[in-house]
Ligand binder design. Structure first.
Ligand SMILES: Cc1ncc(COP(=O)(O)O)c(C=O)c1O
Length: 373
């Protein structure tokens, strides 16, 4: 018998030893509390929509607050029908989750056996590796080249043990896309035992003509699982709703282990309205375009290099170690995401905010850089 209260390092699952907790963008409240700041704080750290959701979605969600003593419809009947129509798919092609964050482990747990290899571009979104390790899978890192993900590099990493490939498109944190030709060649070359997960959290922001039509691959019944979210252009990050689109046999398998009520009642109602309010979505996209222009021009004026982006954030080399720069920017009321977590200590990932937020950020950055450059 072990004595109660004694430390036993083996009590936790084996994979956990090599993991560290996800570090999200610092919340405004935390920065205010920790630094005692009274003035303006601009947070460009989590790729949120700075304008917010459709006012029609907000109004509908307020109505639904009167019904929150009841469980939601776990199958998301109405939203499923609306999305099926929007994407010209069958309702059976959809699975819903508490954000894409919730769907990533769902996909891994549906397909990946212990010892299977999972190909993960690097740098990219941290959850792919975490979910893989927790499931006992073996992450295989494929480095980006020149901040770009190449289909051939992924294909070269495929082995008889490969079960899943993550493609974050546009990629977080670089904002770059893997083009349609690369995806086409990759899909044609892969054995049927490999599932390709396309994380398209930033899909709605992309303007690039070379962006792949991943749904066309799904419509040919190929081995893809496509993720989209209501957290970004639809502005519902705080309520959590993501969806996956895949072949019905894949969806049926995922349905066996998904949380029964992952998509809550309030967000389901809000998402339905948000989808219908395309005028608002267009407004957000137009504002994003204006914000992007201000930010790109301002960074260029400060002689800062950044990677051309297709998403609502920029990966920029600020030229100074973020260990120094980040705390100073915080004191000046600016929260961005240091590139340190992705192995780029002088880089930062900056969410494209409103023109006004971007200008505030640029002004503070110019002040702070004078100190360090
Ligand atoms: C690539 C990528 N996937 C998934 C997510 C999480 O999306 P959700 O809010 O739907 O969980 C993010 C959020 O930043 C992301 O950047």
């Amino acid at each position: 018998m072990r004595k109660m209260g004694r430390e036993d390092k083996n009590i936790f699952r084996k994979g956990l030893a090599e993991l560290t907790p996800y570090i999200p963008g610092k919340p405004v409240e935390e920065v205010r509390r920790e630094l005692g700041l009274k003035g303006r704080i601009v947070r460009l750290a989590s790729n949120e929509n700075p304008i917010g959701p459709s006012p029609k979605a907000v109004a509908r969600m307020k109505e639904v607050l009167g019904e929150i003593n009841f469980y939601p419809d776990g199958g998301c009947f109405e939203l499923r029908a609306a999305l099926a129509e929007k994407h010209a798919l069958a309702p059976g092609h959809f699975v819903f989750g508490n954000g894409v964050d919730n769907l990533i482990p769902l996909a891994v747990n549906t397909f990946v056996n212990s010892g299977d290899e999972v190909i993960i571009p690097t740098p990219s979104f941290a959850a792919y590796r975490t979910s893989t390790v927790v499931a006992g899978g073996m992450p295989v890192a494929v480095p980006l080249k020149n901040f770009q993900l190449h289909g051939e590099d992924i294909y070269r990493a495929v082995s008889p043990k490969t079960k899943m490939i993550f493609i974050c498109n546009p990629n977080n944190p670089t904002g770059t896309i893997m083009p349609a030709g690369d995806l086409k060649k990759l899909m044609a070359a892969l054995p049927p035992s490999v599932v390709v997960v396309m994380d398209e959290a930033y899909y709605e922001y992309v303007d690039h003509p070379g962006y792949p039509d991943s749904l066309a691959h799904l419509k040919r019944n190929e081995n893809v699982v496509i993720f989209r979210t209501f957290s970004k252009i639809y502005g519902l990050a705080g309520l959590r709703l993501g969806y996956g689109m895949a072949r019905p046999d894949y969806v049926n398998a995922m349905e066996k282990i998904r949380e029964p009520f992952a998509a809550n009642r309030v967000v389901q109602a809000g998402a339905l309205e948000a989808l219908a309010d395309q005028a608002h979505t267009q407004q957000v996209k137009d504002a994003h375009g204006r914000g992007k222009q201000v930010l790109c021009q301002g960074l260029s004026d400060l002689n800062i290099n950044f990677i051309p982006t297709e998403a609502n954030f920029l990966f920029a080399d600020l030229g100074v170690d973020m260990e120094l720069l980040f705390p100073t920017l915080l004191k000046n009321g600016v929260i961005i995401r240091p590139g340190t977590a992705w192995g780029y200590p002088t880089f930062a990932r900056i969410t494209i905010g409103t023109p006004d937020e971007n200008q505030f950020f640029l002004d503070q950055l110019a002040i702070v850089l004078k100190e360090w450059r």
